[in-house]
Design a protein around this ligand. Structure first.
Ligand SMILES: C[S@@+](CC[C@H](N)C(=O)[O-])C[C@H]1O[C@@H](n2cnc3c(N)ncnc32)[C@H](O)[C@@H]1O
Length: 565
């Protein structure tokens, strides 16, 4: 066997799996499966099918996902550096598929770094709606922000916050919330032996505490009728069925949506909670069987690593079931009285059952909502008066050169900031053919298009308030790399195409200056060749260059350059 499993883990799995244990253990003799997911923000499935550089086999539960043959290294192809696909473990593609994201949704990815699922959500949104993506660990948000940018996401906001603080800023705001929870990682032992080593430190008990907090807070972030998908990559029932049962037991306005088994997913195992945690089972007995509708992804039953998935649907106006009409169950009422007193008072109805208990809107939430509504009216009025891109200036937080977080925004637009916005909008008008959406937000001399606007983000630790468009330097607008990554070739007034086949694309991605004859610069009408050029790899945007007299100066950022070839 390739992987040395912790003894306590193996013994627990043996007692849970019984006859299936042998088959489960055999899976550790096989190599883990590698996958990639096509970034349909940048390329359609049909186009990718035409240019795919590897033999790919579809992953049954993700229509944009493919198995990569063993030995193939998709990270060593220019398409990877042009953001055409994300390298992702196949089972890890399942949670977002279950979230059923539609363009226009407001989606929160609460535990998001390094961003695999965020980029998958972004592809489903197709630039429409809101994507707030967050991780509590500052260091990990660097990779998250980079992936958001590399994959051409226009409508994301990247935060480095606690779920609690996000809930205060976005009460009952999101249609969909993904919790890809920090977990003990037992399902990844085959893929990553370091997970075996860290298993002791990330003990199941520690993870349970974090998961409980995160789930509870997610309910406050969810809009009425919204959906939470909870996922882990561990087998421990404490972090899976028991966690979901506990959540359902105190959030009576949520139900588990059954996950179909046809894709090879196995059902949840409520009986393991009874077997391992009889007290927890007794406490949650009324809802425990719902967890059969959650899913377990087993490495011996499908081609992927171990995962657990639960879809939690909020039911608007869901009444607590009672034995007698009009009487609220005693246990449930106790919960309502203790936890939701303020909410019941807000409702002004002491007899109110605990309908919509966990999602009920508090006084503070209402006040915030009122303020934000006024805010958005103001913003709308300003836009109506000042054109689509009229901007809100924010006070400069610390200017961290884009690598650290931005904090704090002012409200009023001073004349200096209006100048910045004017320079920016002039650039957009002259150099691009795009429709800007959202609010123009300035942090110091950096300009963003934000899908949520500055007011919402006030006081939060913001890594990216939106799509980073560029910065004003010496009175000129310098377009950013993330701006280029999210463009189509047809949206720039100048573009040049480099071929992945003849090494030119690789040279660009390594940061080299290239000789490019004028005829190769594709120009829109009334445009001269000199200036910023969108550099594309086989037609897909990869970054900027500056063309002058047959020379393409490389604007690919130093920190992003391809150094491994
Ligand atoms: C399983 S990983 C997420 C992987 C990610 N969803 C992806 O697809 O690339 C869990 C993440 O949760 C973060 N995390 C841990 N505790 C958290 C908390 N209380 N709030 C938000 N994020 C948390 C960790 O830093 C870690 O990056």
């Amino acid at each position: 066997m390739g992987v040395k499993l912790p003894l306590i883990f193996a013994e627990r799995m043996k007692s849970l799996l019984g006859d299936e244990f042998e088959q489960f253990m055999k899976s550790y003799e096989q190599s883990p499966h590698a996958g990639l997911r096509v970034n349909t923000l940048k390329i359609s499935m049909e186009q990718f099918d035409e240019i795919a550089p590897f033999d790919l086999r579809p992953i049954p539960w993700c229509e944009t996902g493919f198995y990569v043959p063993h030995g193939v290294k998709p990270g060593l192809h220019p398409y990877y550096h042009a953001g055409l696909y994300y390298i992702q473990e196949p089972s890890a593609m399942a949670p977002v598929e279950l979230l059923q994201v539609e363009p226009g949704d407001r989606v929160l990815d609460l535990c998001a770094a390094p961003g695999g699922k965020t980029t998958q959500i972004a592809a489903k949104l197709q630039g429409k709606g809101v994507l707030v993506t967050n991780d509590i660990h500052a260091e990990r948000t660097k990779a998250l922000a980079k992936n958001v940018e590399l994959y051409g996401v226009r409508n994301a906001v990247v935060l480095n916050e606690s779920p609690e603080r996000i809930a205060n800023a976005f009460p009952h705001y999101f249609d969909k919330v993904l919790i890809d929870a920090p977990c003990s990682g037992e399902g990844m032992f085959r893929k990553d032996e370091d997970m075996v080593k860290s298993w002791e430190h990330h003990s199941v008990e520690k993870c349970v505490l974090m998961q409980r907090d995160i789930l509870e807070t997610a309910a406050r972030l969810l809009a009425p009728g919204g959906t939470i998908v909870y996922s882990t990559c561990t087998f421990a029932p404490e972090e899976n069925e028991a966690m979901i049962a506990e959540f359902l037991n105190v959030n009576l306005d949520f139900v588990v949506m059954d996950i179909p088994e046809e894709t090879g997913f196995a059902p949840g195992r409520p009986e393991w909670v009874r077997q391992m945690m009889p007290e927890k089972a007794e406490e949650t007995e009324a809802v425990l069987d719902q967890t059969r509708g959650t899913a377990r992804l087993w490495p011996h039953l499908l081609e992927g690593e171990g995962h657990y998935l639960a879809v939690l649907q909020h039911r608007v106006g869901q009444e607590v079931e009672t034995d007698q009409p009009g009487v609220v169950k005693e246990g449930a009422m106790e919960y309502g009285q203790v936890v939701d007193v303020s909410r019941i008072e807000v409702e002004g109805n002491k007899d109110h059952s605990i309908a919509a208990s966990s999602i009920a809107i508090t006084k503070a939430d209402r006040k915030k909502e009122r303020l934000l509504r006024i805010e958005s009216r103001e913003s709308h009025d300003r836009q109506a008066g000042g054109g689509k891109n009229s901007g809100r200036q924010s006070k400069k937080g610390k200017d961290h050169g884009g690598r650290k977080s931005e904090r704090g925004q002012g409200r009023g637009a001073d004349s200096a900031s209006m100048d910045l916005v004017a320079i920016y909008t002039q650039f957009v008008k002259e150099q691009l053919e795009i429709e800007l959406t959202g609010e123009t937000v300035c942090y110091g001399d950096r300009v963003y298009q934000s899908s949520v606007g500055a007011a919402r983000l006030e006081g939060l630790k913001v890594i990216r308030p939106g799509w980073f468009m560029g910065m004003i330097k010496n009175g000129r607008f310098v377009p950013s790399h993330p701006l280029a990554c999210a463009l189509n070739a047809s949206e720039a007034r100048r573009s040049v195409n480099l071929s992945s086949a003849d090494g030119e694309a690789v040279r660009y991605l390594k940061g080299e200056t290239l000789n490019i004859e004028e005829e190769r610069v594709v120009l829109k009408a009334d445009t001269v060749a000199k200036g910023y050029v969108l550099v594309c790899v086989d037609g897909y945007a990869a970054g900027w260059g500056k063309w002058l007299d047959g020379v393409l100066k490389n604007e690919y950022p130093a920190g992003w350059r391809w150094t491994s070839v």
